[in-house]
Design a protein around this ligand. Sequence first.
Ligand code: AMP
Length: 397
Amino acid sequence: MKILVLNCGSSSLKYQLIDMTTEAALAKGLVERIGIAGSRLVHQKEGMDKVTIESDIPNHDVAVKLVIEALMDAGHGVISDVSEIKAAGHRVVHGGEFFTKSAIVTDEVKKAISECVALAPLHNPANLTGIEACEKLMGDTPQVAVFDTAFHQTMPEKAFLYPIPYGLYEKYKIRKYGFHGTSHNYVTARAAAMLGKPIEQLKLISCHLGNGASVCAVDGGKSVDTSMGLTPLEGLMMGTRSGDMDPAAVAFIMDKEGLTTKQMENLLNKESGVLGISGISSDFRDIEDAVAKGNERAKTTLDMFHYRVAKYIGSYAAAMNGVDAVIFTAGVGENGTDTRLAICEYLGYLGVNADEAKNNVRGKEVDFSVDGAKVRALAIPTNEELVIARDTHGLCK
Ligand code: AMP
């Protein structure tokens, strides 16, 4: 069974075609600049070079059509007919309190996704557009929605409520939802396999450290707390996002700088975090290069990032009354060997003890703890597309 996995942004569309018998990606690609001049599709059949198709791509309908054509192409394609795609799985960012697991798309499901637009105004409309484009082009092929928030719906009230007037939760559903759920779900399941124990018996802390970053406490396979909140702005300092700060500072800055709510949102989401402090870049590789050249502010940026991740790990160890393993994943977590070591330096008191030689591995699963360390330190490449494909397969068998 072949499953098409789609991740639609407002002007982009990432895809993979996954064969569920082997769970291998047969082809993958990215449509960029949808609705903007210079739009193109970059497609890659497994084991072959990338091909770039420059074309006018005014909307997601045309983007999905081009993806299907690329998948059926005589040269770089992997299927001969669209009917070989048995289902499509869509990443949907916000499922609110409606979805505790993935769902086959129906009119009701689409309505619920629409109702969450206010909570994810940049993402949910694009996700819906992608679903509707596939519905138009793929006839009766089942579509499945897989939510970033669903994995965290197991959080208890004490973790997801904000200490503000309760009526605001009742009226607007203002609460912590959490994101990166498919990633935390995948890496914690892999961690249990690596440790050779049932996940029900494990307390795990998963650190998804990419351009967006979040930490999740997973007790017995269930998310019990996570650092992102109502939106993906809360929690860790990220590439361009501030993460946690005093909410009173928001009104203060708006007042002093004469900013509108939109401008303030932009400052916190796009101009802060690693970029905001370093003044150099949101990319960790650029910051590491600057540190190597003696840039002090770049050093402060990394120090802040490590410190803030370590504080979350400590608080989640307290929340679960213990931890068996700390997991690092996503771009920085999988490749940033110095970042992993610097964070582990803070965690000796918990029983984390990183082995520098074992840690010297990028993009591969590794337990980089010294032999006998009480708490294991693991690096695990995430695979959100595979989780989406598995959920889709499970619902469409
Ligand atoms: P993601 O959002 O998961 O794609 O992660 C993107 C982040 O991973 C960027 O900030 C990159 O700088 C970072 N990254 C990728 N490769 C490395 C590397 N070798 N060392 C440090 N950071 C890296």
